[in-house]
Design a protein around this ligand. Structure first.
Ligand SMILES: C[S@@+](CC[C@H](N)C(=O)[O-])C[C@H]1O[C@@H](n2cnc3c(N)ncnc32)[C@H](O)[C@@H]1O
Length: 344
């Protein structure tokens, strides 16, 4: 029997993702046609159009799990917790078979638990929406300020039941309705304890550095494209806030990517910490990159939170790494235990 990785197996290398990612090795920064993509072909529903990755990828799972654990920690002592998500994407996305499969195979963990009600409705919640859900689940107060340079994605937040805008998009037009989350009917949000505010800005990066938010989430497409601008902003912001950064670390591809990652590490280490890093491979077999999250702040999380972050990250990494650890690519006739004999 062949147990060759299946291209449709969410823990196997995803052919379109891998080939897309590979195609972009050495891409010239700033050229859209050369920019990296990490999204299976065919994921072009209206609000996914132009999105350069698959919502619900292992990167999303990692950043979502960290965001949930960090929010739980901060909400225990600070309410309303003020959060800033200047690259917020959509409030929710349409779930793909790949995302459903990843959730089923992982089977547990903070992200899987939090996404269950969304997946049941054919949706995947963004990380920002997971922050809101964390507070709703705790009966806690949270204020999330969001921005996205894409007006259609930002409009999904304006349409949110959690939005405090006077000019909430209503009725939601058909284009958005496809992806839009049904309002949470939870009592905490009904009582207005969890609120989303839409920020007017021209660039999410400009909001980072002197924000008064308790938690700032930095999730641009490619941190390394703008690292010279973003690193000083993140290091300034971490003096007063917990800052959670997503990085697509392509160092395994060598050359410039490895040097860019090394430069970032040097700057972080010079700054002195504390910072934590979580890392999961991009693919089960032959990972060509890593999904990484950095957590930086004025003080480190307590040991219980640190352990939760470590447990979540290792849980994802173990599942992904071990699923690619052993392969049997023989045909049934190659395996004598299955009654076959090799005919030549
Ligand atoms: C990786 S996605 C964000 C995903 C989102 N944080 C989530 O968890 O679902 C990056 C987003 O940044 C937005 N974006 C790109 N350049 C931007 C800019 N200069 N300012 C704000 N948003 C930007 C894109 O439209 C895209 O939605």
């Amino acid at each position: 029997m062949s147990s060759k990785p299946d291209a449709h197996d969410p823990l196997s290398p995803c052919e379109p993702c891998s080939s897309d990612a590979e195609r972009n090795v050495g891409a010239a920064p700033g050229r859209e046609e050369d920019a990296w993509h990490f999204k299976p072909a065919g994921l072009e529903r209206p609000l996914h159009s132009g999105l350069r990755y698959e919502p619900g990828s292992f990167g999303d799972i990692l950043k979502g799990a960290w965001a949930i654990e960090v929010a739980r920690w901060l909400l225990a002592s600070s309410q309303p917790l003020s959060c800033l998500d200047p690259f917020a994407g959509c409030e929710t996305y349409a779930a793909t078979d790949g995302t459903r499969g990843r959730a089923a195979k992982l089977g547990r963990g903070a992200w899987v638990r939090a996404q269950a009600p969304f997946l049941a409705r054919g949706q995947v919640a963004s990380t920002g929406r997971l922050l809101c859900e964390t507070a709703i689940g705790m009966g806690a107060a949270l204020e999330l300020a969001v921005f996205d340079a894409d007006p259609d994605r930002l409009a999904t937040w304006k349409a949110s039941s959690l939005s405090v805008r006077d000019d909430r998009v209503s009725p939601i037009d058909a284009r958005q309705a496809i992806e839009h989350a049904e309002p949470s009917s939870d009592a905490a949000s009904a009582m207005g304890r969890v609120k989303v505010e839409i920020i007017d800005a021209s660039d999410g990066a400009h909001l980072i550095g002197d924000s008064e938010a308790d938690l700032v989430f930095v999730d641009p497409y490619d941190f390394f494209d703008r690292a010279d601008e973003l690193v000083p902003r993140v290091l300034a912001q971490r003096r007063r806030s917990q800052v959670l950064v997503y990085l697509h670390n392509r160092a395994p591809r060598g050359g410039g990517h490895a040097r860019a990652y090394a430069r970032l590490r040097e700057k972080l280490e010079l700054d002195g910490g504390p910072f934590l890093i979580g890392r999961v491979p991009s693919d089960a077999v032959l990972p060509r990159s890593w999904h990484e999250v950095l957590l930086l702040g004025p003080s480190p999380p307590p040991p219980s939170v640190r352990s939760a972050l470590e447990r979540e990250t290792k849980g994802i990494t173990c599942k992904l790494a071990t699923s690619g650890a052993f392969e049997d690519i023989s045909r049934p006739t190659d395996n004598p235990e299955q009654g076959g004999s090799r005919s030549r």
